[in-house]
Design a protein. Structure first.
Length: 220
């Protein structure tokens, strides 16, 4: 993992979550970070006293940033730097891309190849590792932070998107033997508290059989 921005391992705190586990972290400046499964957050020491508050994320996290006059908060990912003053937003760095969904407030986003872009609530920004260009589109933020309550919203998502999310959360592989399943439109919610239950419920929704071979689930 190559971090965007300066980083020194001996001047940080590190939080890491296992597959299937979510952790809420209260930072020294009063900000709260909810760290999704299979994720790493590095936090600069003396956060409360720094004029620039910095963290480094690999994986996915939801940030509720405490307002401090004149003290910026920067989230570094491999692809981008996300600068805020006080707001709530979701950051996902999985699958070699950075996705930022803004719930409320204002976020300034920049990359090595693109100057500052200002996001509005309801914006989702995507930054790919190759071009480092920022692409914006409008979304419903609550569709992207449901993982905090241990479920995934199926509405508006393709089956490959859902499968990627479950693989990242549980550390498993999911394969589709029946290619026609890819085209199914799904609605509702899927609990992600227990991997086996989640996979079984997905098979019911898809009206498909599922078998487990090692760490791989095969739908047909």
């Amino acid at each position: 993992m190559v971090w965007a921005g300066a980083y020194q391992a001996n001047s940080s705190l590190t939080y890491q979550t296992a597959y299937g586990k979510i952790q809420e972290i209260k930072l020294a400046d009063g900000s709260v970070v909810t760290l999704n499964a299979n994720s790493v957050l590095k936090v600069a020491d003396n956060m409360a006293d720094r004029p620039v508050r910095e963290v480094w994320l690999e994986g996915e996290a939801y940030f509720d940033i405490a307002k401090r006059k004149g003290a910026k908060f920067i989230v570094h990912t491999a692809e981008a730097q996300i600068e805020v003053l006080g707001t709530e937003f979701n950051v996902n760095t999985r699958r070699d891309e950075t996705h930022i969904v803004l719930e409320e407030g204002k976020v300034q986003l920049s990359t090595d190849n693109q100057s500052m872009v200002v996001m509005k609530p309801g914006d989702m920004a995507t930054v790919s590792p190759k071009s480092r260009q920022i692409q914006l589109k409008r979304v419903q933020p609550d569709l992207y932070d449901a993982w905090k309550a241990s479920y995934i919203v199926l509405d508006g998502k393709s089956l490959p998107e859902i499968i990627n999310s479950l693989e990242d959360t549980f550390g498993v592989t999911i394969k589709l033997e029946d290619a026609q399943l890819v085209d199914k439109k799904l609605t509702g919610k899927l609990s992600t508290e227990v991997a086996e239950d989640c996979i079984d419920n997905l098979s019911i929704i898809l009206d498909a059989d599922v078998k487990k071979v090692g760490d791989t689930y095969v739908f047909d």
